[in-house]
Every structure is written in C-alpha cells, then in structure tokens.
Design a protein around this ligand. Structure first.
Ligand SMILES: Cc1cc2nc3c(=O)[nH]c(=O)nc-3n(C[C@H](O)[C@H](O)[C@H](O)COP(=O)(O)O)c2cc1C
Ligand SMILES: [Mn+2]
Length: 488
C-alpha cells in the first residue's frame, strides 16, 4: 500500500500518536529541546507537528518514528510485540523459497515463477509527474534559507538537515539511498556527511576529482523509505527496492529537474545538487547519537542546483543525542528485521538485542544455543565480521533461555557466570568513525563476554555447575489461582 508522508501523519494523528504545537517555536535549540524531552518519555512520547516555526512558512515534524507503535505503523505491520519480527520472518521465508531445491530442476523453476513476479512488483516504477515537483526553485531561488533547518545542540557548527534521504548512483549504475546529516555551509552548499564505511561514501570513488556526482536529498514519501535509508543493507541491495519489499509495491520515482537521478515522486521536498569527489570542507562539530559532540572532520560538499517541493510540504527533522531518542526505534526495527539474516549465518543465535543505551554500535547481547566448544567465541567473531555489526564494541553472549532484553537478567548472568580472565575475548578491528575513545580514528579494541553457563563437555569446566533457582510449574499455577485468597 503506497502512502505519502502527510497521509501517514494524518493516520498517526487519528491514532492519538501525533500532537500539534500551534505556538511559535524557534528552530534554533527550542525545537530540539522539546523533541529531546518528548522522545525520552517512557515508550517514546508522541510525534510532534510544529505549525509555526520562527522564520519559515513551513511546518516541521519531529519524533515521527520515535515509538515501537509508530515504527510498526510506518512499516505497515501490527504493533503487538511481534509486528516487526513478522518482517524479519518474511525475509527469512523469501530467502528460503529462493533457494533451489536439490534435484527438482524444471518444476522447481516453474514453482518459483510467482516469486519472481512478486519481486518485479517491488521494483521502483518511473512516473512522469510527481507531487514533489509542484514547486520548482532553480538557480538563485534554490536557497536553503527557505527551509526551516534546525540547530539542535548549542555547540553545533551550524544548522543541520537531519532527516534527508540522499540518493546517489554508483558509476556502475547501482543506486544508493542513505540517511546522512547535512551541515548548512551557506545558502547554496551543504556538508555531505557520508561516513567512511557506508555505501554513500563509496559511491564517489567511481567519479574523478573535478567530475560532478549528482545527488538528490529527498524528504518524506512513503514512511518506510526513511527506515530503509537507515537500514544496514548490503551494497548490492537498493534501499528503494527494499522499500518496495516492505510496502509490497514498488516506489514511484520521478526524474529530478537538474540531473537524471530519480527520487520518490511523492516526496515532500527534494534538494538537488552535485558533489565533486575532489572537494572537502570541515564539517562539524555536531551533537551526535553517541551522546557527545562528534569532532569536526573533512567531508565532501554538496552544491545545491535546485529545490523542488509540494505546494504545502512539511519538513521532517530529528534530534540525535544521549539515548534513548527517536533513532532508538529505528535501531530497534533493524534489530528485529535483521535477526533472521544473522541467523542464516549463525543458526545457533536464538535472539539478539542492541540496547539503546549502547547507541547502536557499542553493545550487542546475543542469546545462543551452545552445541560445541568455542561456540560463544565463534558467534562473537562472526558478528565482528558482519556488515555494520563490525563496529560492535562489546558482545555479551548468554544462553538460549535468557531474554537479551531483560537487562537485570543479563547483568545477573554477566556478573555471576563470568570468570573474567577466562571468559573475556579481546580483539581489535574497525570502529564507527564517531567513536571518540579509541586511540586511533575508526580503529580500536573490542570485547566479547561469554556469560553462558559453563559445562564439562563444551567448556572443559571441571567443577559442578550449580542449578538455577526455579519453582515447579504446579506451585506457580497454584499460587496464581489462589492469589486473591492471600489478599495480596
Ligand atoms: C538519525 C540518523 C542519522 C544518521 N546520520 C548519518 C550521517 O550523518 N552519516 C552517515 O554516514 N551515516 C549516518 N547514519 C547512518 C546511516 O544512515 C546508516 O548506517 C545506513 O545504513 C548507511 O547506508 P549506506 O551504507 O547505504 O550508505 C544516520 C542514521 C540515523 C538513524
Ligand atoms: Mn546502501
């Protein structure tokens, strides 16, 4: 079901998930401080529609994705605890179906035809007209001061665009869409903060210095697009195709007005421009999702050629900072949606949790069914070699029966089951470029903590391992039945 961003906002409003703020608010710090406070409410608060933003005629929306419920609504699934898991299950099912059955030849291929038809239904479709081009500003008219761009933290270098989805095309034709912040250098130029390890940064390697790599930054469109832009997809999967998979229908794309990249036709706003791979400029500092100001560094520059928009667009923004905030729920969606893919390579992994306090990359808790010696270590090493999970600084492995989301339980097992010298695995490797505490840029050490119960067969544990404290089921049932009688 294709939905545009504003119909999604209406859907949120009718569900009591969006509040309108009608008094005038300042895009410099005030909006950020409000969204920070609301997003930290238990469960993530509501989405916020700021109707009157100082210095601009456009409204700003924030915290749109900032709860489990809204995240599930954005991806068109139920919000019960399993809604997002259902997407992961769909991926798993699809991958299994795609595998050839041994020895089944022609009939197997025939059986897969409906699946191929389904995939072609997810591919983006080019259309001639898009709502995102109802208003076209070119040349001197295409100035960034027409947009209500926020300064979220007091020591930020400048205002930053935070929820723009940047479309680029690799020289070999592959399209990539990613969520990268954009610093306002001046009215016609932006900092293009594509970090070293991301596909977005790799795209420019195919272009020669002095050449213009076209870029288009789109806002809004189907709410699933933003999730896809943040998702750690492998380089060969297009985020727009993945959105088609999520929505069950291909995204309608329209050609830009100043170059031949395509953007989702029903976007709210599109900034078109180009990057010269040979040009770098200082970017940052910026109050970041690490909970600190990320340090200034050299990044590419995006020169604005055109800004197109709907007649009455809304401008989406977020604030990142000390967790939990809105982006915690994007991370949570990734945890649930990508778990089946992790399990494809690591079938012993039963469950996984990336706690928001670990700011995406710093901590992963993995529940594992042990079947042979060294399995906890094998899982750690594999995770450190897997896509963007390579950044994980600490991995805690618990037994399959432990809920990795129950932090009290995890702490209990980490402190009681771990002999520190024996059960910690230290290694080193790539770190997120935003990590500030390692001695070297983007490189540092990692620790794996094996908090599983130890036994003789797998761990060579020579003493007897004590048994967990549990009441028999019948006692638990009895006290539940008699609870009123106890007067408690
Ligand atoms: C709110 C938010 C802001 C982000 N800002 C940046 C950024 O400025 N630069 C960056 O490289 N990645 C940023 N990311 C992470 C990327 O969007 C994410 O890693 C994505 O998978 C990268 O896709 P790619 O590999 O296709 O480039 C941000 C993520 C979120 C949720
Ligand atoms: Mn990508």
């Amino acid at each position: 079901m294709a939905r545009d961003f504003q119909s999604f906002l209406k859907q949120l409003e009718s569900a009591g998930e969006l509040k309108r703020i009608s008094v005038e608010v300042d895009p410099c710090l005030e909006l950020g401080a409000i969204a920070d406070r609301v997003s930290k409410q238990p469960g993530g608060g509501t989405a916020l529609w700021f109707e009157k933003v100082k210095g601009s005629s456009l409204p700003v929306v924030m915290n749109v994705y900032g709860s489990y419920h809204r995240m599930a609504m954005a991806l068109g699934v139920d919000h019960d605890p399993c809604g997002l898991d259902a997407i992961g299950d769909r991926i798993e099912h699809f991958l299994q179906e795609a595998m050839p059955r041994p020895g089944s030849g022609f009939f197997d291929k025939l059986a897969k035809l409906p699946m191929l038809a389904q995939v072609s239904g997810w591919t983006p479709k080019t259309v001639r007209k898009g709502a995102c081009q109802e208003v076209i500003l070119k040349g001197d008219e295409a100035c960034l001061s027409k947009l209500p761009i926020l300064t979220t933290w007091p020591e930020d270098a400048a205002p930053f665009i935070t929820l723009g989805m940047s479309h680029v095309r690799h020289k070999d034709g592959r399209r990539n869409m990613g969520l990268y912040r954009l610093q306002v250098h001046d009215d016609r130029t932006l900092g293009f903060h594509t970090q070293l390890h991301h596909d977005g940064a790799r795209a420019k390697t195919g272009y020669a210095p002095g050449e213009r790599m076209p870029v288009a930054v789109a806002f809004g469109g189907d709410p699933a697009l933003l999730y896809a832009a943040s998702a750690p997809l492998p380089p060969f999967i297009s985020e727009v195709l993945f959105t088609g998979f999520l929505c069950g229908e291909g995204v309608e794309m329209v050609k830009c007005v100043s170059h031949d990249l395509e953007v989702p036709a029903d976007s709210e706003i599109v900034i078109e421009g180009w990057v010269d791979p040979g040009e770098l400029r200082k970017e940052g500092p910026f109050g970041d999702h690490t909970g600190y100001y990320s340090l200034a560094d050299d990044y590419p520059v995006l020169h604005v050629e055109a800004i197109t928009m709907r007649k009455n667009p809304v401008f989406p923004a977020t604030i990142v900072g000390r967790p939990p905030q809105e982006d915690a729920y994007l991370g949570l969606a990734t945890e649930r949606i990508f778990l089946p893919m992790v399990r494809l390579f690591l079938p012993e992994v039963v469950d996984m949790h990336l706690p928001p306090g670990g700011a995406f990359h710093n901590l992963a808790v993995v529940a594992v069914k042990k079947e042979y010696p060294g399995q906890a270590q094998k899982v750690m090493n594999a995770i450190w070699g897997m896509g963007q999970m390579m950044f994980t600084k600490a991995i805690v492995v618990v037994d399959a029966d432990i809920d990795p989301r129950d932090m009290n339980e995890v702490l209990f097992r980490v402190t009681s089951n771990v002999d520190p010298r024996r059960d910690m695995l230290y290694t080193e490797g790539p770190l997120d470029v935003l990590d500030h505490c390692s001695d070297r840029f983007a490189f540092g050490s990692k620790v794996g903590i094996d908090a599983t119960r130890k036994n003789k067969a797998f761990d060579g544990f020579k003493r007897e391992w004590p048994r967990d404290l549990v009441f028999p089921e019948e006692i638990l049932t009895r006290i539940t039945q008699r609870w009123m009688e106890y007067g408690l």
